[in-house]
Design a protein around this ligand. Structure first.
Ligand code: NAP
Length: 305
């Protein structure tokens, strides 16, 4: 089979012919129909995540995939061959951008009827992180106001929709055509961060979801109400700054969780949109990888196997 691989940190990923992997006990072999690319894949390839997720080479890129169960090792976890499934593999395992991938059976989630492989593949990391940040870390409640940075990005586009559906008022940042995209996704207020300083337009929010870090994260403390919460997906927050503002802050370390993935894929079945930047064929994975690395994607980059 073909797999999109690197053999060292910093190397450009390329397709290599490899043996189709064999599932061990507790694993399934999934015939990949679609995969998605995340900023994590670019960071892993660059070696930036080595302290958390040290890679063994050769490494096949990609954690998010959707497809059909081809075979099992020992134990099927209640799944059957041919079932439509979505999963996130461990970052150290990767393997999604390939014709077949190994997935632990306890990480398999059935794709609800009516959800395409392409939409399902866009869900695991981005939607899972949005859900974890909003409801598990920041504990956003109905009636609260949330500022979500990068509303046209993978995490932000899901976060806008989840927060709105939960009864929150949503403010988001975007630029260019991202402003109209964020409005279409349901944001109550969109601030073009290239022409406006969000700290002049926002105050007393209950929750900030920071997907940018750096100066954006530092300035976000100014717009929280006392007792508010900043959840960041990018870099550990400045605890001293949080204390000085009388707020709490936490880093969101996304953990693969089949239960949470089942929750968010059900939301997609219920109408949550998988904002798709582009849909590309497996052979064009390099272009998709470069597009993701640009930091400008509007939602997910989906690779059709
Ligand atoms: N900690 C974790 O477990 C975890 C999990 C998932 C993601 N993450 C991290 O979270 C970050 C976001 O992930 P993602 O998948 O949403 O990324 P993404 O889809 O690549 O985000 C791209 C979007 O960011 C927007 N953007 C860039 N700079 C901006 C700014 N200063 N203000 C507002 N929007 C801006 C871009 O819009 P413009 O082109 O208009 O600028 C683009 O639409 C990444 O760093 C990722 O690694 C961490």
């Amino acid at each position: 089979m073909k797999a999109f691989r690197i053999n060292s940190y910093g190397a450009d990923p390329a397709f290599e012919p490899v043996d189709t992997p064999k599932p061990k006990a507790g694993e399934a072999l999934v015939k990949v129909a679609a995969a998605s690319i995340n900023p994590l894949d670019n960071k892993l390839q660059q070696g930036y995540m080595d302290a958390f997720f040290p890679l063994s080479f050769s490494y096949t890129i990609g954690t998010d995939l959707a497809g059909t169960v081809e075979s099992f090792g020992e134990g099927n976890g209640g799944f059957t061959i041919g079932e439509r499934v979505v999963a996130r593999t461990a970052p150290t395992a990767g393997g999604a951008i390939a014709e077949y991938a190994i997935v632990p059976v306890d990480q398999l989630v059935r794709i609800p009827a009516g959800v395409s492989f392409e939409d399902a593949a866009g869900v695991p990391t981005a939607a899972g992180t949005a859900w974890q940040a909003l409801f598990e870390v920041a504990k956003l409640k109905s009636g609260q106001t949330v500022l979500i940075h990068a509303g046209a990005g993978g995490v932000g586009s899901f976060a806008i929709q989840f927060a709105r559906a939960a009864g929150a008022r949503v403010i988001t940042t975007a630029s260019g055509d991202g402003v109209a995209i964020a409005e279409r996704l349901g944001a109550d207020q969109v601030i073009d961060y290239t022409t406006e300083d969000f700290t002049r337009h926002v105050s007393d929010v209950d929750v900030v979801i920071d997907t940018i870090g750096g100066d954006t994260q530092a300035r976000s403390f100014d717009v929280l109400r006392p007792g508010g919460f900043l959840a960041t997906t990018v870099s550990p927050p400045d605890e001293a700054l949080a204390k000085a503002h009388g707020v709490s802050a936490a880093f969101v370390f996304h953990s693969s969780d089949a239960g949470r993935l089942a929750t968010v894929i059900d939301k997609v079945a219920g109408g949550v949109q998988v904002l798709t930047d582009r849909m590309i064929d497996l052979n064009d994975a390099s272009a998709g990888f470069a597009r993701q690395a640009s930091g400008r994607a509007r939602g997910k980059i989906i690779v059709r196997a």
